[in-house]
Design a protein around this ligand. Structure first.
Ligand code: SPD
Length: 286
């Protein structure tokens, strides 16, 4: 049988991958951090026993959390990333030459160090001079930071347990809105619409309340529970349909997943979600 690593969902479902070997295990002040090598999906990061990212399935997650916001925000000079300690989100943001400055606030230095050492294939932009990495609490940052507003704010956190719990409530989203330009774009990972449907829909509802509009979008990510993952896009003035054609054309050339068709496709909603969003009065134009 060999050695397997299973993420277990409430003692009801397991998401397991067969391991080749363990590369790193550490206990930080916040959480257990592990890097393993799997048979199927290459090297992978786990936090508190939950799959966070892996070489073989990181592209759909990182391209999709970043690019819909980056091709629609009118300007993309200043970007804030909360979380993102593996470096994949920063890498995707920094593909755009228009980006001048990225602040990244990751709570756990051990995640950054373990990923720099063992997952350099994911975080390929650590040395980019436009990237400013701060080890600190993203919740406090969005509440207190006295900085110029950002064009794009991206929340690339873990699940709503442990230190990431504070990234899932109205007060946190209000902090993100405070730091965002009026026409800027906010995006967060928003859990599985199948396995964690209630959490997902509640997030969309609260984000809609804060920004006045919210667009959940979906794409498969095999390494996360149910394989059906979501992100939620929000803006006070911009919509996911305000595409900058030049940016899309540049990205399409060397993205693994992202292209114009995918961009439109991910925002298509199943009927039951449309109905649930309408009942929650989430403003939608498609
Ligand atoms: N269930 C896991 C959700 C993880 C979302 N963030 C992953 C971090 C990848 N940069």
């Amino acid at each position: 049988m060999g050695l397997w690593y299973d993420e277990v969902f409430e003692d009801k479902l397991r998401l397991g991958l067969k391991l080749k070997r363990t590369l790193f295990t550490g206990q930080s002040d916040f959480q257990k951090v592990e890097v393993v090598e799997t048979e199927l999906l290459g090297k992978a990061l786990l936090i508190d026993g939950l799959w966070m990212t892996c070489e073989g399935e990181e592209a759909p997650y990182h391209e999709l959390i970043v690019q819909p916001a980056m091709v629609t925000s009118p300007t993309i000079e200043r970007v804030l990333i909360i979380g993102g300690g593996d470096g994949g989100t920063a890498r995707e943001v920094l593909r755009h030459a228009e980006v001048k400055h990225v602040d990244m606030v990751e709570i756990d230095a051990m995640v950054i160090e373990a990923c720099k050492e063992h997952l350099p294939e994911i975080g390929t932009a650590w040395d980019d001079p436009r990237l400013n990495v701060m080890v600190g609490d993203g919740v406090a940052y969005v509440k207190e930071a006295d900085v110029e507003p950002y064009d794009v704010v991206i929340v690339d956190g873990s699940d709503p347990v442990g230190p990431a719990k504070g990234l899932f409530n109205e007060s946190f989203y209000r902090g993100c809105a405070r730091l965002l330009k009026e026409e800027g774009v906010f995006v967060t990972q928003s859990e599985s619409p199948r396995l964690f449907k209630e959490i997902h829909l509640e997030m969309v509802q609260v984000i809609n309340t804060v920004f006045g509009a919210a667009w959940p979008y979906y794409y498969p990510v095999m390494i996360y529970g149910s394989g059906h993952w979501s992100w939620t896009y929000a803006s006070r003035q911009t919509t996911p349909y305000d595409l900058n054609d030049e940016r899309v054309a540049r990205l399409e050339k060397d993205s693994r997943i992202y292209n114009r068709g995918i961009h439109h496709g991910v925002f298509a909603l199943p009927n039951h979600v449309k109905q649930e969003l309408a009942e929650m009065l989430v403003k939608r134009d498609a």
